[in-house]
Design a protein around this ligand. Sequence first.
Ligand SMILES: CC(=O)N[C@H]1[C@@H](OP(=O)(O)OP(=O)(O)OC[C@H]2O[C@@H](n3ccc(=O)[nH]c3=O)[C@H](O)[C@@H]2O)O[C@H](CO)[C@@H](O)[C@@H]1O[C@H](C)C(=O)N[C@@H](C)C(=O)N[C@H](CCC(=O)O)C(=O)O
Ligand SMILES: Nc1ncnc2c1ncn2[C@@H]1O[C@H](COP(=O)(O)OP(=O)(O)OP(=O)(O)O)[C@@H](O)[C@H]1O
Ligand SMILES: N[C@H](CCC[C@H](N)C(=O)O)C(=O)O
Ligand SMILES: [Mg+2]
Length: 493
Amino acid sequence: MTAGKKQLSELGLAAAGGANPDILGLAVDSREVREGFLFAALPGTRVHGGEFIQYALRQGAAAVLTDAEGARIAADELAESGAALVVTEDPRMALAYGAALWFGAQPGVMAAVTGTNGKTSVATFLRMIWQELGLEAINLGTTGVEGDFTAPLNHTTPEPITLHRTLSAAAEADIAFGAMEASSHGLAQRRLDGVHLKAAGFTNFTQDHLDYHATFEEYFDAKAGLFDRVLADDGTAVINIDDPRGPDMVLIAKDRGQDIITVGREGADLELLGQRFDATGQDIRFAFRGKTYMARLNLLGGFQAENVLLAAGLAIACGAEPERVFEVLGSLKTVRGRMQLAATRENGAAIFVDYAHTPDAVKTALQAMRPHVMGRLIAIVGAGGDRDAGKRILMGQAAAENADIVFVTDDNPRTEDPASIRAAVMEGAPEATEVGDRAEAILRAVDALQAGDTLLIAGKGHESGQIIGSDVLPFDDAEQASVAVAALDGGIA
Ligand SMILES: CC(=O)N[C@H]1[C@@H](OP(=O)(O)OP(=O)(O)OC[C@H]2O[C@@H](n3ccc(=O)[nH]c3=O)[C@H](O)[C@@H]2O)O[C@H](CO)[C@@H](O)[C@@H]1O[C@H](C)C(=O)N[C@@H](C)C(=O)N[C@H](CCC(=O)O)C(=O)O
Ligand SMILES: Nc1ncnc2c1ncn2[C@@H]1O[C@H](COP(=O)(O)OP(=O)(O)OP(=O)(O)O)[C@@H](O)[C@H]1O
Ligand SMILES: N[C@H](CCC[C@H](N)C(=O)O)C(=O)O
Ligand SMILES: [Mg+2]
């Protein structure tokens, strides 16, 4: 990454002995270091970045940012080189601030949302609300950068260098409003600490990522970091108080003196009073600080109303007029891969794709589908490899308890044995039909659809590949659903 030149001190970094070299670029991976770069040697999950300082120096690093451990590992090489050395307790945080200063601009109004489920949905709805209000806006996260400026991303919350490169490019393209996702990895690794947030949102907290976070509480603390560290004291916290951990987040925000907008079904500032479901969406009745409103949502699933209201709360927190926000809710569109209608059989049976990949999301998505279905609800479910293994049986259970027929199949086995992942899911859904090949599972489930039935294909949502080993084979649930319908009912897929 190169973009001009700045002195080390302009990145908010002070080196031992007062050295203040010109910096020509930033890198967290030694292999990306070039002449004059600052190399951030970060404590990793597998290895300490300090091990790579020697290579970064050989490639011409002008400065190294690390912690005491990194400085110890490379003490000899650092002493021999003329590179400036910045040692700090939290080099990830220093990198986040440094990257923000390096790239400079970011959209003037930024909001972030955290929670186990619903981040992409809320960030996307918030971007759509801003656009409907005539503002230039983006959302940034799992589905890349979308809206008035687009770019692909590999992570839900990219590491700071990618994040600030992206935000500054968006700002240069006149984007004034940005909604981003704050993943728990991103928060734990301080990836977004350099973003100037006006508001932050919390959706919910349930099981996921226990492969990365040692305990449930550690996972919660990572998410709470959005309010107790990243959002400034003068920011606004928008919190779903229906979630059992919502009130804890409110306490954290209160402690910080932040303004708070609560969202929920009872006793909230933005209160969901009622929902009436039909084949294409729902009507909602809600109140904001005492005044009642109605809105049409062309979105399937009761939980989407919660996500929409959280997004509305964030828009208000970022300065929009409440009345105007509520007026545009009817224009919100389905978020790609979330309760998205993918295909319809000749007999009228509908096939939806959804990104449910946690036990709570599988339960929520299936329960949300029920009021829209007259016949049987069929589910396809699978769990990812190299991810939280404890959630597999629970995802199976959630499917078995909330669908009439279940197919268990593969969803990104990665480096694990797919059969053993399926076996764990099957433990929770012993009556399910196991079909390893995902395309075949979709074909068989679509074949089982009779008039009035609905199929929910969970797990991959917008994804365009099946990750097996380190290969990504092209695979798209929505496309496979159309292929299956064409094969069974005739016509062109
Ligand atoms: C598990 C995890 O989050 N890992 C992140 C972490 O890497 P790490 O600690 O595992 O790194 P490591 O392999 O131990 O290496 C330590 C350090 O040495 C450096 N290194 C390594 C090799 C080398 O030759 N030279 C070198 O300098 C690495 O860049 C790293 O900084 O720090 C790196 C630098 O900041 C991140 O790029 C990396 O994200 C990886 C790519 C990743 O895939 N993360 C996923 C799990 C993730 O973040 N997902 C979330 C959650 C999505 C969700 O909500 O479901 C996301 O926001 O996308
Ligand atoms: N408010 C909610 N409560 C419970 N489940 C939800 C909620 N919103 C979405 N879901 C479920 O979670 C799935 C993922 O939604 P979304 O992509 O918005 O979440 P996310 O938090 O961004 O996920 P990721 O951590 O992968 O980025 C949806 O497809 C749906 O099944
Ligand atoms: N961001 C999530 C996405 C999971 C999606 C699912 N398809 C899987 O691969 O488990 C993760 O990496 O855990
Ligand atoms: Mg997401």
